[in-house]
Structures are given as structure tokens and as C-alpha cells.
Design a protein around this ligand. Sequence first.
Ligand code: GLN
Length: 543
Amino acid sequence: MTRYIFITGGVVSSLGKGIASAALGALLQARGYRVRLRKLDPYLNVDPGTMSPYQHGEVYVTDDGAETDLDLGHYERFTGVSARQSDNITTGRVYQTILEKERRGDFLGATIQVIPHVTDAIKDFVLGDPGEVDFVLCEIGGTVGDIEGLPFFEAIRQLGQELGRDRAIFIHLTLLPYIPSAGEMKTKPTQHSVKELRSIGIQPDILLCRCDRPIPEDEKRKIALFCNVRSESVIEARDVSHIYDVPLAYHGEGLDHEVLHHFGMTGAPPPDLSKWQEISDKLKRPDGEVTIALVGKYTVLPDAYKSVMEALHHGGLANDVKVNIELIDSTPLDDPSASLDVLDGVNGIILPGGFGQRGARGKMRAARYARERDIPCFGICFGMQLAVVEAARNLANIQGAGTTEFDEPSDALVGFIEQWTKGNQKEVRSKDGDLGGTMRLGAYPAILTPGSKVAEAYGTTTIEERHRHRYEVNFHYKEQIEASGMLFSGMSPDGLLPEIVELKDHPWFIGVQFHPELKSRPFEPHPLFASFISAAVHQSRLV
Ligand code: GLN
């Protein structure tokens, strides 16, 4: 029997609902249960693929090619369960599906309404395609009271009724602010948030209360009384130093126990949290540290680089070091006279993915800086493309090298991909086609050159990694580029699309067309991130 856990949020956004959901998933897994996590996003975009990273943070890509909310990245990192297209839905997608059906005439003359048609579509999504799991955890984006969220709250309310108490539970995440002038922690915002939830028919079973200090027992009793929950179900969710401490912290406060208590599943053996304890200990007692410069243009919103930053920390775990990440805005570095001394002293440079002209030259200057000074450098997607353009111009002497993404270069080292193969199928694109959902998306295999640095890092010559790009390095320049010392060490199986480049005479300079950060997990650091941080550790010992 599959049980459903609905996680909602109140008071303010950014309380960490995604991490709370992921951590609960991990705790249930540690008790031997199988879990699947889903995200219901009330905004109107069909998916976040066309949204600016400034608005939405990173777009997380699944193996099956869905462009999804970054919370799915937390789910994967905490539980190791690969997310799928069917694990993220938005209002836009719900309406798209309904309106397509309406045009086909599938509703047989009915008037299409929010209740029941939209709510039914949401319920179908929640219940559909769960796989063999014991728990489906569904996080509702936004906060209770948001207008766009109403159909989602109504749908989960109905599900609460239909599934019954022994198959559904509601967890509400709120904030207990501490007011210094009063010297008190305030429960009123939580009371109001629960009142709002109850006014739409949802009585939360568990309150997960974010706070920066312990909640006094009296306050817990008060919250329980006013919000109509057991006082054991008022769970303290105090700030912790690292997100990977969250499962241990929430377990300590009894979150997983309360969930199982609700379902009458007590008596189960305690969870095995040894791997979380190990991670927590490693993070607290690193054996050294390295500093990595992350050079990109979305640095004002670090969420734009969420998975890259997490993967760097995983690389740190693999090498027992703390990774300090310096976010460096590439935009001012576009100016050729701007000093690059912000990069002085770093042990590695990472050039993440991106789009468009602004900040691109800054990234190329950072690539050159790393190349000429033997600093470990990792280019990802756009970062790789720009590193190739830089090497083409300054190493291979192809003066007119550039990318057609924002230029009309005489030598299109990076160009629009018009067609490629996916499995047995041919995918075709045109430059004036739709932007949404049309990139080369999801998992594709690549073949690595035996004996190359990447093959050594991966320990194999066949890999599969997730992609999200419209442009591609032009393999017609392979010979010229390779003659200058930059090797094409990974190609698509048909030999047409360069997937990886590496510099021969450099301690560690690798560019990849895909997004390895999306598959890195704390317990299985991605081999390229582990290898990159290892090179950074080596570099730090040389200076
Ligand atoms: N803008 C580049 C492309 O579309 C790179 C995309 C990325 O970095 N994800 O190919």
C-alpha cells in the first residue's frame, strides 16, 4: 500500500520545504521504506525551462529529459532516487493537458471548471505512476494563501478525504520568529498560517517549525493547543550548519517517528542513520580546505548554481576537505582591461553553464587565466564551449573563433545543433523554433578516449550524463584544436558531437558539454568533481 505525505508551507517562502521533504524521504528510506518525491508548482509556466535563473534558480534536468524545479535536485541528492518527468507538475502543464483534451472533445460537452477538472488532473498526477514505493512525498510550492496555489490545496484536501487518514498525512512547515526586543519566540504567524490552511479544509497533522533556537516546551504546548495538533507533532526544525545535517536533526526531534505514529506503523526498528552521521562528521572535521572560484553571471542568486555548488561539496567529501566557493560575477570581467586579480590564490576555477553574451567574455578570460597558470579548471556546458573558443583563438590561432549563440563568427567553433540522434530517433530543430522544452535534454551516452584524463577519472570509457543545450562544439575543427593541445576525449556514440575536451599539457583542464553536477550525490560524489577537487588540493599544496 502506498501512503501519501503532503508537505505545505506557510508564513514565508524559503523555509526549506524542499530540503525538509528530501530529509524526510531519506529518514523513511533509512527505515527500509521505498520513497518517491514529487513537486507541485503552482506557477503558470509549463516548466521552469524558459524562466530566468534570477527568478527561479537552477533548472534541474532529469534523465528522461524534463526541465524541473531545483527541489528535485535535493530529492535526488538526499534519497538517491532518480527523478522523472512525472515528478514535477505546474499549473501551466495541468491547463495545457486539460485544454488539449478539451480541443479534442474529450469532455463530451461538459463545462470545464477548476473543481473538478483541474483538481482531478492534479490528483491524477499525484496518484499516477508511483512505481513500487511505500511513500509518495508531495511538496506543494509556494505558501498557503497564494492565489495560484488554491487548486493544488483543494486537490490535496480531496485526496486526504479519499485516501483516508491511514494513507494520507499533512505536514505544514512554518516559521517561529524570535523577536529580540520582546526576548520571545512568537507563535502567532504559525497560528495564522494554520488557520489559513484549516479555512480551506486542511488540518495539518504535523507542524515543522523553523526556528533559530530551541522551542520552550510551553510554546510547543501552546502551538499544539491553538493549531489542534498533538504536542509531540510540533517538531522543532532548528537551523543547522549544513543541509546534510538536516536528516539527523529532524530525526532527533521525532519527525519520522511522528509520521509513522500517524499511520499506526510504530514498532518499526529505528532507522540506520550511520551514513548521515558519517557525512556530518566529515563536514565538521575536514582535513584541509581549498578555494574554488565559480565564475558566472547569475552569482547574485546562488540558487542558480545549486547543483554545481553541492557537487563541489561532494568533491570535498571525497577528498576530506572543506570547499570554500567564491562566487565571482563574470559580467565586469567582460571588460578586457578589468583586473583578474579576484582569481589570485584560488585553487581551482569552475565555469558553469549559462546563456547569452553578457559575462561570456569574462568566462573566457577566466579560462585563459586558468590555462596559462596551470590552475585546475572545470568548464561545464556553456563554460566548456567558451573554454574551447578561448583555446581556439589563443592556442590554435583561429582568430575568428566564436559561438553563433550571440555572434556571427567567421569560424563557428560553437554552433546551433540542427539535428542529433536520441536512441534510434532523429531529433530536428530550427533556430526560430519554440524555446520551451526543445534543447538537447536528458541523459545521453558518450564514449571516452582510453587513457584520457576523463577516462581515468571515471574509471570507464562509456558514460551517460544529462544534457541541456542548444549549441555544440563544431567537430570539424577537431584536428586544428587537437593539434594545439586540446583533446576531444569524449564523443557521442555516433562520433558527431564532441562531449568532452581536455588539455594535454595542463594539470587538470576539462570541459564537458553535459551537466555532471546533476548526478552527484553526497554518498556518491561525481567522479569528475572528486577528481577536480583532488587536483585543487594538489594545487593548494604547491603554493
Ligand atoms: N547556452 C549554451 C547552449 O544552449 C549552453 C547551455 C548551458 O550551459 N546549459 O548550448
